[in-house]
Design a protein around this ligand. Structure first.
Ligand SMILES: Nc1ncnc2c1ncn2[C@@H]1O[C@H](COP(=O)(O)OP(=O)(O)OP(=O)(O)O)[C@@H](O)[C@H]1O
Ligand SMILES: [Mg+2]
Length: 274
């Protein structure tokens, strides 16, 4: 059994009268991909925001790498090895692709672009290191040829990978991904899926919030299901696909099953033969 890198215990969060999270608990094993799924408004992004320090939870505990991190600022958490991407893409269109990735290291080294501008010798050396590390992150995601382009010129799919490169550049232990394939076409989704598996291969732990069930079922090691702010199920992808309450949540009241959550129907040719 791998050790637990992150655990969320009895997490509560509310906004005015809206209880966005109620007593949510789950553990994230090191080196694995944990998916968090659930219908719109289930509390997935709120959970990511509570873990990554955007919000301080109203109640409960977030324990990362043995330390309680409730309410710690995102840049402090980045230094401890916890980074994230955003549901609404956060890429600076006017900065180059390389500079967008370098931002992920400036956050960790604590030096901004202004101090880098002063160009003291030690800082110049550090700037070179930062550039080199950013190039390596781009290469890992196959974006090296776009390094000097303004990020705004890239396709949406490539910009999503730039954001992932920024989250990875400081070699974090844990990356939280809020809908990494939303808005991507099937080929881009496939690329992103491969990238996530390659990241896991490097020993990085991932928490993946996603609506694309076929991606979730393909890449995740465990799945946590939220519904109206509560955890309704947790397990491996196969058992989640058959979990009665998950099926009720996703299929109840809908005409169309959720793609990927359709209980593995036989391929059409076999169905025809049967
Ligand atoms: N900053 C906020 N202020 C007020 N209400 C909020 C805020 N953030 C989230 N909520 C509410 O909390 C609930 C959970 O929202 P959240 O964004 O976490 O859902 P989600 O599972 O990420 O949904 P989606 O799949 O649509 O992204 C919703 O009812 C939402 O309206
Ligand atoms: Mg969300």
């Amino acid at each position: 059994m791998p050790e637990t890198l992150l655990s969320v215990r009895d997490l509560d969060m509310s906004f005015g009268g809206v209880q966005a999270l109620s007593q949510v608990s789950f553990a994230v094993p090191a080196g694995r991909i944990t998916a968090v799924i659930g219908p719109n408004g289930a509390g997935k992004t709120t959970a990511i925001n509570c873990i990554s320090g955007v919000y301080r939870p109203r109640g409960g505990r977030v324990v990362f790498n043995g330390h309680t991190i409730n309410g710690q600022a995102p840049h402090v958490l980045a230094r401890q090895g916890l980074t994230r991407t955003f549901q609404n893409l956060q890429v600076f269109a006017n900065l180059s692709v390389l500079e967008n990735v370098m931002v992920g290291l400036h956050a960790v080294t604590g030096r901004g672009f202004v101090s880098a501008m002063l160009r003291l010798p030690a800082q110049r050396a550090e700037e070179r290191r930062i550039r080199q590390q950013a190039r390596e992150a781009l290469e890992f995601l196959g974006l090296q040829d776009s390094a000097s382009l303004p990020a705004g010129q890239l396709s949406y799919g490539d910009r999503k990978r730039v954001e992932l490169a920024r989250a990875l550049v400081a070699k974090p232990k844990l990356v939280l991904l809020d809908e990494p394939v939303a808005g991507l076409n099937p080929a881009e989704t496939e690329d992103m899926g491969q990238a996530l598996l390659a990241v896991r291969q490097q020993g990085v732990t991932l928490v993946l919030v996603e609506h694309d069930m076929s991606l979730v079922m393909r890449v995740s090691d465990q799945v946590v299901v939220l519904h109206f702010g509560r955890k309704i199920a947790q397990g491996d992808p196969q058992s989640i696909q058959r979990h009665p309450e998950v099926l009720r949540t996703y299929l109840g009241g809908r005409d169309e099953p959720i793609p990927g959550l359709d209980m593995d129907p036989a391929p059409p040719q076999e169905a025809a033969r049967a």
